[in-house]
Design a protein around this ligand. Structure first.
Ligand SMILES: Cc1ncc(COP(=O)(O)O)c(C=O)c1O
Length: 417
């Protein structure tokens, strides 16, 4: 079949069977093609046009696309036992749980595996409530924790929350990076404070160095649990294995997902201190999942953790990220009417535009010139750069050139008005 026919039929099916608004939005951003194959940092569309993946599936593709070791591990598992009987002991899950205890900070020990980030957050919230016997949860404004009902209640954007009210009771939201605001709300009924160490969808917001340690201390004072949501920041993205490692903070519960499946399988987890797991130990079926921690996903995650270690991806993210941010800051200095700020940690980078309207133009310029990006969900003024951690210096230089050209165009447009 002719490629144009496949593309137009796919878009028609989106309009008819998925959502016409999604189809319209993709088209508006100049995305009128379909993805066909991917390898490493490159995505190819149906016509073979190549894009450098600078979005990385919102953090999923830290190892790049189709990492050979992860693919091999999944194929091997597929040929032996793809899904678990749930009756006999399951080796991949046990091996992965041991590895999680090793790579996560401090004395985090027990893991429960799920299929997505939002499920990891649901599990963490339930665990905090059942362990403490309290029901209050404090989250932050503009946080993103997912969209199932519990996680959505923690998510800090009204646009997503309001249509579904009433959500869970007992939740409040305070400004991120504002310890005084947290002090006013936390009390002896607080079960947990849930926080992204670097806010992702909120616009790549990096807190001041003393914020997370102060949150940790406050939680301890009130015997509230600290849940750190590392669904996006975890597993090397920010230049440390976990973003909390930048601040030497050990949470009571840590959530992971996205990159955990090595870019091949969906998997998430919540991992907690042994003391916090007490109620699940007395009653192990309080929280269960049919597909959570299935052997295919665990095999992918085990291979992913091995690749992250062997290929030194954490160190790589720190180095390449510092270079990327420095180069973007040079563009910002020359065109401060277009870019207000460049910020980030490792390869979790946000370009904060001076005006929201510039975002559409920037995105379509970048995409047309072979660089895939997107803006952050809770802050459309911020274009995120979250490439695979394996991105090369040469590819970064190419992206920098494309960004510089797009910014120059935007600057000329602003001047014309
Ligand atoms: C910090 C954080 N938590 C939770 C989620 C939800 O993950 P998922 O979309 O896999 O449910 C996301 C997704 O972007 C996230 O960034």
């Amino acid at each position: 079949m002719d490629n144009n026919v496949i593309v137009s039929e796919t878009i028609e099916k989106y309009e008819k069977y998925i959502n016409p608004a999604v189809a319209r939005l993709f088209r508006f951003m100049g995305l009128s093609t379909i993805e066909w194959e991917a390898e490493g940092t490159i995505i190819r569309d149906i016509d073979g046009k190549e894009y450098i993946d600078c979005l990385g599936g919102y953090g999923v593709f830290s190892l790049g696309h189709r990492n050979p070791k992860v693919v091999e591990a999944v194929k091997c598992q597929l040929d032996t036992m793809p899904l678990s009987s749930k009756v006999l002991f399951d080796k991949p899950m046990a091996d992965l749980a041991e590895l999680m205890a090793e790579v996560t900070p401090g004395d985090l020990q027990y893991s429960f595996f799920v299929n997505s980030g939002t499920e990891a957050v649901e599990g963490a919230l339930k665990l905090a409530r059942v362990h403490t016997g309290r029901h209050k949860v404090i989250s932050t404004i503009n946080a993103f924790h997912g969209k199932t009902l519990g996680a959505l209640t923690a998510t800090g954007r009204d646009l997503f929350r309001e249509p579904f009210q009433p959500l869970l009771s007992g939740f409040s939201h305070v400004p991120f990076n504002d310890i005084e605001a947290l002090k006013k709300v936390i009390d002896h009924e607080t079960a947990a404070v849930i926080i992204e160490p670097v806010q992702g969808e909120g616009g790549i917001i990096v807190p001041s160095d003393d914020y997370l340690p102060a949150v940790r201390q406050l939680c301890d004072e009130y015997s509230a649990l600290l849940i750190c949501d590392e669904v996006q920041t975890g597993l090397g993205r920010t230049g440390k294995m976990f973003a909390v490692d930048h601040y030497s903070v050990v949470p009571d519960i840590l959530t992971t997902a996205k990159a955990l499946g090595g870019g091949v399988m969906p998997i998430g987890a919540f991992t907690a201190k042994a003391s916090v797991w007490d109620k699940y130990i007395t009653s192990p079926f309080l929280h269960t999942s049919t597909f959570g921690g299935n052997p295919l996903a665990c095999a992918a995650a085990i291979a992913a953790l091995e690749v992250i270690k062997e290929d030194k991806l954490v160190e790589r993210a720190a180095e390449q990220g510092a270079y990327f941010i420095a180069k973007l800051k040079e563009i910002q200095t020359s065109y401060s009417d277009v870019i207000m700020e460049v910020r980030g940690k490792g390869l979790m980078i946000g370009i904060d535009l001076a005006k929201e309207g510039i975002g559409g133009l920037m995105m379509s310029e970048l995409v047309n010139n072979g660089v895939l990006v997107a803006y952050t969900l809770n802050n459309p003024k911020v274009i995120r750069i979250e490439p695979p951690l394996i991105i090369s210096r040469q590819q970064i230089d190419f992206v920098i050139k494309v960004v510089a050209d797009a910014v120059k165009k935007a600057h000329e447009m602003i001047e014309d008005f």
